[in-house]
Design a protein around this ligand. Structure first.
Ligand SMILES: [Zn+2]
Length: 354
């Protein structure tokens, strides 16, 4: 434990060992070598010795935790309504087409650490695929390589929406080291309560043969300092497809039914329980009955807003399926409008009370 204390004090973060638990410390073995290790001195003087940007080696860890800096990730819901990409609150999954920007918001206690980095690493969600590095398909990779793009960028299925050489955006990973994972590292200097956001885009589809090849994927976001030490981790599922709306509807119908009957875990959740795939049921099976909710109390503004957004999303999708039936569509409109109004009011109230 002496080493742990030394480590924390060396970097002058927080007030001693309470800031980190051992799980977090185990994130960064290369920085906390055993006392016998030759690299101990490097760890003590990491300020000058460690190369930036740090490229992690080995399959990324997957457990989510906010950490002491309370790291949270939110998909920017303002853009969702512009239909450029969609987010299923029910499945915690982004639906987006290839080369289409999607914005992610990051929040943490910037008063303690204003200058931080967010690393985004794409992984396969299913356990048997966890050890495999996600790479672009041969064709897309070849096109980029031909255009002279650096190999660690050409191979990464996730790019920043900014130009390749944009300041504060770094592409990590070594093509020649099989255990080196591709990631995008984005630098943030925070000065206000406003969460940071960054737009990304996928450079392959889920269906790209020889690449993702129809396997479920997720993005792991880690909050790090300039030495690659991890302070918090969050993950979001992703599906890159030509028809995000159609696929979201399909998945929410299929997995939503699965969820209500069984366990409340979406199938893209990392390391899901072993289950058989549920056969897709016809999405035309829509219940148009109007239900009145009982008066319920919800703890936490996030739980309240997410719940309402899921209901709104489901109604909007159902309404879209009813677009050829004006009478049925008319039934949805006032309720959708009321939900939007209520969510907006609640969001404004939340922002002013924060
Ligand atoms: Zn591809």
């Amino acid at each position: 434990m002496n080493d742990t204390k030394l480590y924390v004090e060396d970097y002058g973060i927080g007030d001693g060992t309470q800031l980190f638990d051992m799980d977090i410390l185990s994130e960064i073995p290369s920085f906390i070598p055993s006392p016998e290790s030759e690299t101990m001195d490097i760890a003590r003087h990491a300020n000058v010795e460690v190369q930036f940007p740090y490229s992690p080696v080995g399959p990324p860890k997957r457990n989510s935790y906010p950490g002491e800096l309370n790291f949270t990730v939110e998909v920017n819901s303002h853009d969702v309504h512009k239909k450029t990409f969609l987010y299923s609150h029910m499945l915690s999954r982004i639906y987006v087409d290839m080369k289409c920007n999607f914005s992610i918001q990051f929040n943490w206690d910037y008063r303690i650490s204003p200058h931080m980095y967010v690393r985004s690493t794409v992984v396969f969600s299913d356990e048997p695929q966890a050890e495999k590095r996600v790479e672009r398909c041969v064709q897309h990779c070849y096109e980029s390589s031909k255009a002279g793009i650096k190999p660690e960028i050409a191979k990464n299925v996730l790019h920043s929406s900014r130009e390749m050489d944009a300041q504060g955006v770094y592409y990590c990973g070594d093509v020649d080291v099989a255990d080196s994972w591709y990631s995008v590292l984005v630098e943030f200097h925070r000065t206000s309560d406003e969460p940071c956001s960054h737009a990304y885009q996928f450079t392959c589809k889920n269906s790209c043969a020889s690449g993702i090849n129809r396997r479920a994927i997720a993005i792991i976001f880690t909050l790090e300092d300039e030495y690659g030490r991890v302070y918090g981790r969050q993950k979001v599922g992703a599906r890159v497809c030509a028809c995000p709306r159609r696929d979201l509807l399909k998945d929410e119908t299929a997995e939503g039914k699965y969820k209500t009957g069984k366990k409340r875990v979406p199938s893209n959740e990392i390391d899901p329980p072993k289950t058989k795939k549920i056969k897709m049921e016809a999405v035309t099976d829509i219940d148009d009955t109007v239900y009145k909710l009982p008066s319920l109390q919800v703890v936490g503004s996030r739980a309240m807003l997410s719940g309402l957004k899921v209901m709104l999303e489901m109604m909007e999708l159902a309404a879209e399926c009813r677009k050829n039936n004006p009478a049925a569509l008319a039934l949805y409109q006032p309720h959708i409008a009321r939900f939007k109004e209520t969510i907006q009011t609640l969001e404004m109230t939340r922002n002013t009370t924060q």
